[in-house]
Design a protein around this ligand. Structure first.
Ligand code: ADP
Ligand code: ASP
Ligand code: MG
Length: 864
């Protein structure tokens, strides 16, 4: 890295806008906004921009079609796109633009006549995309009152001659010198001016047009930033930064807030299209910070790339390159012969092909050819194979995908990737390489498996990592689920917004439960035909009004402590005792004794009580909680079966259970299992039903199977929930297999979570560097789930529910714990003190798990 001038002395800022960024009026108005802000900072903005999106492809098509003389329709399209945008922007196409259209038509008919296209001409034609677009951009910015100077980039960027370059790369994938350019700095020094020029194009010594490779406008921006010794380079595109995976393919991809140049380089080189791999080096060389922003949401903080990345070992991105061809060269007998590799690689060089990855074994060498760097038509490949076949046996494998895990000290974290690597057991891995710089490990597999593997690796290695200065919010969190704007107007809390706002304002913090939603849930479960009994697990929320309401709808209650049983008896004194299940866990002897006396159903969840207090159970009917051996659920801490769980009697203890029950003189009349909460797939209950059903053979006095609860509740708006009809079908199937057995379920969360919200008024705002905090009246003392489980609760600004969410903030409470966060990196409208925030799905395990920690009372409860 070379420091040539201090930032203070270098007032240029280079802003590169990509194809999508320059294709709509909305984006252009943001461009103007950003430029005004840069001018106000006293900077000299240089705009480098691409062709309108898709136009470079069209120009390539034009060249191909010109050969057969059928170029007119594509040319018409190209022209129309520019005329349409001009109209939308309210500008008239300049004479230069009209001239360009005319020249392009001339060239196309020339090609049709001659019947061939040279690389030189190809470069000239494809350069027109950027030239046409910048004419429109300059006209629009001028119409907005900015002082604009249009410059032909070819007068400023000069291609360097490269050894061994073939004609194709000379014209279509050139590189340029980027030393500080005093002349350019002088030419572009006028203050208050916006310089606008093209990406992607440069010129060579002969004055011919050359291109910087597809996607090369980023590199143009970087060259200009280096030449001008700009204070920063800003890449404006259609995503607000580099993400931990392509966010359009993996919506849970995390924003990478801060990266080091080498990491960004590695992510770009291994397939993340957002930055052209060649654009990092020039800015890195001079230590110029590179920012990535989204033009459509200019206020979102993007990625900053500097010399300071995170140093901790961490996987930062999962990337994919497709359409990779592998060549495996079997070298039987030749591997140890001197010069084999040199000879083989020379063949690639002769054919103008560059090798990407290499791996060697005792008898073979496998290399990959990356289509981004090579033109791999059939003729080229056949020629290569024919020549290689003189040296060794060649096998072509493809199309393949190269999936890479990119991060810092990747070697140090390999052991943590055990789970991720297990995924490859079902795959054929053709090639594995680990970069010498320890930033990357790459697996080459069949292309068809590529995307699936990326999502699964991302899920395991990145998605759930806690946020830090590198890993930011997910794409979904920033933009909502792609393609669907989430309409909240039908949510009960939107409909009853006025009542909620009044409560929020009056009390500062309040849990509010909606009676109609509670009733609807109770009815929907009671309506299931496969079910004989619904027992509400009141640990989720024991508000007396809720218990009364559920009782009125015929629900029973599942209690886990003497306190809960007592609470039901106090609230509903006339309740039939057989409407109460007592399902404790490691509860003391006297609670069992008490519960048995009360005449409620008692469930045993380990053998100790039978072994040590058999007298309690003499002549009693009991339920037994079975550990089915597998746990499900949204978080490790809520998986309640399997060897790592403290719940239930394991299947291997069934003989012992039977012996102890007989010895105690008790009867097992019910079997129960609960495999965890937050389960969305109904096969969970099918398999629980099968396991428990099979046990009824052994315990033949069993009249009831209790399948537990765990029905998942979507934690994000727009996320699908359990399909009740499918659940019912699964229950009916169990019922069919065991027609004489009652089927019970005991949902908690499902019945109350969505019917409740936590309201918290904003007490203060604080900006700490780049992190904005919104402080609210209550925190983990009311709702501990985010701190305890990392649970996600949607947060909305109820006061400003109709305003666009444009700011990313952390919502925190008043408790003296750094974990007192209700939501990190949430997108909210600009928020003010006094606004009421709504924290959704807080009806379950909100107030129930609250505390008076710090001697702060949790939010009061209201049923409306
Ligand atoms: P522009 O036209 O602005 O140069 P590009 O299409 O070249 O934009 O690059 C932006 C696209 O890069 C995004 O729309 C996104 O789909 C893709 N992309 C691939 N991988 C990543 C990643 N890891 N982070 C962000 N974007 C990525
Ligand atoms: N317009 C060129 C392309 O589509 C360059 C760029 O957009 O970066 O490849
Ligand atoms: Mg690009």
């Amino acid at each position: 890295m070379t420091a040539v001038s201090t930032p203070a002395a270098s007032p240029w800022v280079v802003l590169k806008f990509g194809g999508t960024s320059v294709s709509s009026v909305a984006n252009w108005s943001n461009v103007a906004l950003v430029l005004r802000a840069r001018l106000a900072e006293g900077l000299r903005p240089v705009v480098v921009h691409s062709a309108l999106s898709g136009i470079t492809d069209r120009l390539e098509q034009l060249l191909t079609l010109a050969l057969s003389g059928e170029w007119q329709p594509v040319m018409d399209q190209i022209e129309q796109r520019h005329r349409d945008l001009a109209r939308d922007l309210g500008v008239v196409p300049t004479p230069d633009l009209e001239e360009q259209f005319r020249r392009l038509r001339q060239i196309a008919s020339g090609i049709a006549l001659v019947g061939e296209v040279s690389e030189r001409l190809r470069a000239r034609v494809m350069a027109q995309g950027e030239l046409m677009a910048t004419r429109l951009g300059a006209a629009y910015l001028a119409s907005q009152g900015l002082n604009v100077q249009w410059v032909d980039a070819r007068t400023a960027l000069k291609a360097e001659s490269r050894r061994n370059a073939n004609l194709r790369s000379t014209y279509l994938s050139a590189t340029c010198a980027f030393e500080p350019d005093l002349q350019l700095q002088q030419r572009w020094s006028a203050p208050g001016t916006v310089w606008i020029t093209q990406g992607f194009i440069a010129s060579d010594d002969a004055g011919d047009t050359v291109l910087l490779g597809r996607g090369g406008s980023d590199t143009s921006g970087s060259y200009f930033a280096a030449k001008l010794q700009a204070r920063r380079l800003e890449i404006w595109t259609d995503v607000p930064g580099m993400f931990s995976a392509n966010p359009r393919a993996v919506p849970t991809a995390r924003l990478l807030c801060a990266l080091e140049y080498d990491e960004a380089q590695e992510i770009a080189s291994s397939g993340a299209k957002v930055l052209h791999p060649r654009c990092i080096m020039p800015v890195k060389h001079y230590g110029i910070p590179l920012y990535v922003y989204a033009t459509q949401t200019p206020n979102l903080e993007g990625t900053v790339i500097t010399t300071h990345g995170g140093t901790a070992a961490q996987v930062k991105a999962v990337t994919i390159k497709k359409n990779i061809t592998l060549l495996s060269m079997e070298t039987v007998g030749m591997w140890h012969s001197v010069g084999f590799l040199a000879d083989a690689f020379a063949v690639f060089k002769e054919h103008g092909l560059s090798i990407d990855l290499v791996s060697t074994s005792e008898t073979s060498v496998t290399v990959s050819l990356d289509p981004a760097a090579n033109t791999l038509d059939k003729a080229t490949l056949d020629g290569l194979i024919a020549d290689l076949a003189k040296l060794c046996r060649v096998q072509v494998i493809g199309p393949c995908a190269a999936v890479s895990l990119v991060g810092r000290n990747i070697r140090a974290i390999l052991h943590r990737l055990g789970d991720a690597l297990e995924l490859f057991e079902e795959q054929k891995i053709y090639l594995v390489t680990q970069a010498a710089n320890d930033l990357n490990i790459t697996f080459v597999i069949d292309e068809a498996q590529g995307d699936r593997l990326v999502s699964r690796l991302h899920e395991i290695a990145i998605r759930k990592m806690t946020a830090d200065r590198v890993l930011g919010p997910t794409w979904e969190e920033l933009y909502g689920s792609p393609g669907q704007a989430i309409d909240t107007s039908k949510q009960w809390w939107h409909v009853r917004r006025d009542a909620l706002l009044a409560l929020g304002r009056e009390h500062g913090a309040a849990f509010v439960y909606d009676r109609a939603s509670l009733e609807e849930k109770a009815k929907s479960l009671q309506a299931l035909s496969g079910i004989d009994g619904v027992f509400y697990a009141l640990k989720a929320n024991w508000h007396p009004e809720i218990l009364k309401l559920f009782h009125a709808h015929g629900l029973g209650f599942e209690c886990v402590s003497q306190g809960e049983v007592q609470h039901v008896l106090n609230t509903l004194p006339t309740i039939d005792r057989k409407q109460i299940l007592f399902t404790p866990n490691f509860t003391p002897r006297d609670e069992y004794a008490w519960a048995l006396e009360q005449g409620v159903w008692v469930t045993l969840d380990n053998l100790h009580p039978l072994q040590h207090w058999p007298e309690l159970f003499k002549g009693r009917d009991v339920f037994v909680r079975i550990d089915t051996g597998y746990g499900r659920g949204h978080h490790d801490k809520v998986r309640t079966a399997g060897v790592h769980s403290k719940f239930g009697v394991p299947l291997f203890e069934m003989d012992e259970l039977q012996r102890l029950v007989n010895a105690a003189g008790a009867r097992v009349v019910g079997l129960h299992a609960h495999t965890g909460s937050g389960v969305f797939t109904v096969d969970n209950w099918t398999s629980v039903g099968e396991t428990l059903g099979a046990l009824t053979q052994r315990f033949n006095e069993v009249h009831t199977i209790d399948l537990g609860g765990g029905l998942g509740v979507p934690e994000r708006l727009g996320q699908p929930g359990v399909v009740l009809s499918e659940f019912d079908a699964a229950l009916l199937q169990i019922k069919q297999a065991h027609p004489h057995i009652n089927l019970w379920i005991e949902p908690g969360r499902y019945l109350v979570a969505e019917a409740g919200v936590l309201l918290a008024s904003v007490t203060q705002l604080k900006g700490k560097g780049e992190v904005q905090y919104v402080g609210v009246a209550t925190g983990m003392n009311s709702l501990i789930r985010p701190a305890l489980y990392g649970a996600h609760h949607e947060i909305l600004n109820l006061t400003r529910i109709d305003e666009p969410a444009t700011e990313v903030v952390n919502v925190v409470g008043p408790i003296c714990e750094s974990g007192d966060q209700l939501g990190l990196d949430r997108l909210l409208p600009p928020t003010q003190a006094g606004d009421v925030l709504l924290i959704a799905t807080a009806g379950a395990y909100g107030r129930a798990m609250s505390s008076t920690y710090n001697l702060r009372e949790p939010a009061k409860e209201f049923v409306i």
